[in-house]
Design a protein around this ligand. Structure first.
Ligand code: MCN
Length: 805
């Protein structure tokens, strides 16, 4: 992969905006980083979980005798044996409607197993190998029941996943926004053009390099317990464990050691975390568990899994007048931490970046199936929404007979309209869509490519060029708390930060975010360095341990910079204010006359009179001569709850060549132009975009959890589930624009999911564009050679060999 320098530059010339190498990398590159499973814990019992081979089955009997008798086995438990350990069922923190159905979910199934991979028994043994051998010796008598694997069939309630509920529908959530009654239907009645599309978001298996791992260590005296776990959410997990196990929260410490990627899949409360804690307490000693790769495919959550019906209405100029969306979302067998809310995160984005009147009708039904539960996967609801509107915009462009980029330009919200109250009621902070689209078009040489298509996509051509466009607005930050409350989300969206200047002027930052690949140690150091006028190397960032950073809301939803990083900046401002009082006292100057520039306090207009921050830090520590009433030491804490989400946006373009004889899709060029406001570290931003784009390319071209009708996962190993290798992905040309967010003091927006959001429709629009001359309107994901070839083979006719229609 190559990085192409972007044509625009960051405006800031300080530490913020520079391409500082990541502090995190040396320990990762030298293998020194300690992941959960690297932890040496003497005396720990190893846990293994026996998992159901059936998608749905009654558990008639479990014979544990042989397993329990094996040398080195310390205990074998069934779900019934452990039932008394749970104070509450496994948590779902997002009851999207008052009447949402949420069947009890226990860490180990009690009567019925509801998906392949559902835990039915656990073994504790002296070694991992013995534990795994022992689960093989457990004899379970199952009565297999009919699996429910097809999402639309599940809606018919023909076979019920949870018969006691009487339905497979967990909830239906509606968002109908009309400026007057019936506005949506009126717009469709009056429309010059309409399109009605159906898209399938296949299930994806998040494939973090490090599968999950857990070590629970009770302290020998005093009843406290430390949980080490490969998680994105140590703080939320602590609260949830306290509630689910009925243990005192202040006696729990949760630590996320080095985490080898999460991508949303480690934003959850998992059975194995609860089991390790409960069994460590029960046995009075450490218990550990390590997920195997194929276990990870069924026992960790999966992402996406939606069927989308999208209708657009437009006037004679192709200007959108209404959007109607009907969504069926696959919950899997149970509701995990955020399962029902994932489609709701996308609910606000089906109008894309377009200036739509208040004629917006969204409805989503969450449906149970007998498959692994779904939950957040990078983008979580927002890639799905962007896919639907951006694919539909291309469909509309074909109807109207205009170029897809031109149709988008006719509909863009204009820069002067920001802050813009969207049709959904939410307010977009800032944007300049035409600018991002223009940069992308220049980078891919849009007009030239369109010209090449005319000559290449002629009748009989077996190599057809396709150019795909996708524009997006992302809702990220996942705060403010009050808006989250209105969506029935059970937690807040604030973030906490402490900045502590040590006596020798080195700085400790304590953050409530929990990085697992995003580079917060580097980025937060850069923010502090800029604010305090010091070297980023003099800043240490402490995180991911609830004993060291007790307050936090963790890392997901591209929230860490726009919430947590901003909190760090605010804590710096607060500490400078305190230091200024000490400086004024020592310099015998008026506080209001002092300014803080380049790491020193100066009397405004008399730069010769100055005191460095380092001297003030030492004075604050000795406390020999502080202003009356001022506490010693230099430390400030901030808890920041933003007034709005942050709204990054961008344009992605993809150029493909489709071989009509083999169905092979070659990505010739990929351009990503993302605007995440001011960039703290452009190199980290580009890395985030690369990773995201590749995950999007993977959804478009390679990956998909493939189940048979009995609910068996056919893609449970990396031989079947095609995570692209570096050699499978194209060079990515990364451009950007900078439109600062007016809602936070750093002017930043998140970027961690942007690549995933912009990329999938860009690739699929490109493939359909290449084949539209053959009468093809849709190609299913992943667009494998076989899928593409089948679409070509069954195409109605060659209606326009010229290409883009
Ligand atoms: N950044 C920046 N300037 C900006 C925006 C971001 O310099 N204007 C930097 C930030 O300082 C931070 C990084 O980019 O170092 C990502 O910041 P942000 O967008 O706030 O996202 P989060 O840190 O909250 O990360 C979460 C996001 C999500 S939701 C998923 S999923 C994801 C992702 O990040 N999973 C990842 N990126 C990942 N990267 C790795 N390596 N591994 C994962 O599991």
């Amino acid at each position: 992969m190559t990085i192409t320098e972007d044509p625009t530059t960051d405006t800031d010339t300080g530490v913020i905006g520079s391409r500082l190498l990541r502090k995190e990398d040396p320990v990762l590159l030298t293998g020194e980083a300690v992941f959960t499973n690297d932890m040496l814990v003497p005396g720990a019992l190893h846990m293994a979980v026996l998992r159901s081979p059936y998608a749905r089955a009654k558990i008639l009997a479990i014979d544990t005798t042989a397993a329990a008798a094996m040398a080195g086995v310390r205990a074998v438990y069934t779900g019934a044996d452990l039932a008394d350990l749970w104070a509450a069922p496994m948590p779902c923190a997002w009851p999207v409607t008052e009447d949402m159905l949420n069947p009890p979910h226990h860490p180990i199934a009690i009567d019925t197993a509801n998906y392949v991979g559902d835990g039915v028994a656990v073994v504790l043994a002296d070694s991992d190998a013995i534990a795994h051998d022992a689960i093989e010796a457990i004899d379970v008598t199952y009565d297999p029941l009919e699996a429910v694997t097809d999402l639309e069939d599940a809606l018919s309630d023909r076979a019920l996943v949870h018969p006691e509920l009487g339905t497979n529908s967990s909830y239906t959530w509606n968002l109908l926004v009309e400026e007057n009654d019936g506005a949506v239907q009126q717009a469709f009645d009056d429309a010059a053009y309409t399109v009605s599309e159906r898209y399938v978001q296949q299930r994806l298996i998040p494939m973090a390099m490090e599968p999950r791992a857990v070590v629970a260590v009770p302290q020998p005296f005093g009843g406290d317990l430390t949980l080490y776990t490969s998680t994105q959410i140590p703080h939320i997990l602590k609260v949830m464990i306290a509630v689910t196990l009925g243990v005192a929260e202040h006696q729990l410490r949760v630590v996320a050691p080095a985490v080898g990627g999460g991508f949303g899949a480690k934003l959850d409360v998992y059975a194995e975390e609860l089991l390790c804690v409960a069994l460590a307490r029960k046995h009075g000693g450490p218990v550990r568990w390590n997920e195997t790769r194929s276990e990870n495919s069924v026992a960790s959550i999966q992402g996406r899994g939606q069927i989308q019906h999208v209708e657009l209405a437009a006037d004679s100029g192709g200007k959108l007048t209404a959007v109607r969306v009907r969504l069926t979302a696959d919950m899997g067998a149970y509701l995990q931490l955020l399962t029902p809310g994932i489609p709701i995160l996308g609910a606000f984005l089906y109008a894309g970046v377009y200036d739509l009147p208040k004629a917006y009708d969204f409805s989503c039904t969450g449906v149970f199936t007998t498959l692994t539960p779904t939950d957040a996967y990078r983008g979580a609801g927002r890639p799905e929404a962007t896919y639907a509107i951006e694919r539909s915009m291309d469909a509309l462009a074909r109807e109207v007979g205009v170029d897809p980029l031109e149709l988008r330009r006719r509909n863009f919200i204009q820069p002067e309209q920001f802050p813009y109250e969207a049709c959904t009621g939410l307010v977009y902070d800032s944007g300049d869509h035409d600018k991002a689209a223009t940069i992308a078009a220049d980078l891919i040489d849009y007009d030239d490519v369109r010209g090449r298509q005319t000559t290449q996509n002629v009748e009989g051509s077996t190599k057809r060029l396709g150019l795909g466009v996708s524009t997006y607005f992302e809702m990220c930050g996942l705060a403010p708390s009050r808006v989250l409350a209105s969506l029935n989300y059970s937690a807040g969206g604030w973030e906490a930060a402490t900045v502590r200047i040590l006596p020798t002027a080195k700085v400790q930052v304590v953050t409530g975010t929990s990085p697992h690949g995003q580079g917060h140690e580097t980025a937060w150091s850069m923010i502090v360095a800029d604010k305090l006028g010091i070297d980023p190397a003099d800043v240490d960032v402490l995180h991911s341990d609830t004993a060291i950073a007790p307050l936090g809301m963790d890392t997901y939803g591209s929230r860490s910079l726009p919430v947590g990083g901003v909190a760090v900046g605010m804590a710096c401002d607060k500490v400078i204010e305190k230091a200024k009082q000490i400086a004024a006292h020592q310099m015998e100057a008026n506080v209001d006359d002092l300014e803080f520039v380049d790491g020193e306090f100066r009397v405004a207009g008399t730069p010769a009179r100055s005191t460095p921050l380092a001297a003030i830090a030492f004075a604050a520590f000795t406390a020999h001569d502080l202003p009356d009433g001022l506490e010693p030491n230099l430390e400030a804490q901030v808890t920041y709850d933003p007034p709005n989400f942050s709204w990054p946006f961008g344009t992605h373009m993809c150029l493909v060549e489709v071989d009509t004889e083999t169905g092979d899709v070659e990505v010739l060029q990929y351009v990503a132009v993302d605007d995440c406001g001011n960039r703290v570290n452009p190199m980290i931003v580009e890395g985030q975009v690369h990773g995201g784009v590749i995950q999007g390319l993977a959804q478009a071209l390679y990956e998909g959890a493939d189940y048979d009708t009995d609910g068996n996962l056919r893609t449970s190993t990396l031989a079947d589930y095609l995570v692209p290798a570096a050699s499978d992905v194209p060079s990515i040309t990364v451009g950007h624009s900078v439109t600062p967010s007016p809602t936070n003091s750093l002017g930043v927006k998140g970027v961690g999911e942007a690549g995933t959001i912009g990329s999938v429709p860009a690739v699929m629009n490109a493939i359909v564009d290449a084949l539209s001359g053959l009468g093809i309107r849709d190609v299913a994901m992943p667009a494998s050679p076989n899928t593409v070839w089948t679409a070509i083979a069954s195409a109605p006719s060659t209606i326009n060999p010229g290409g883009t229609e």
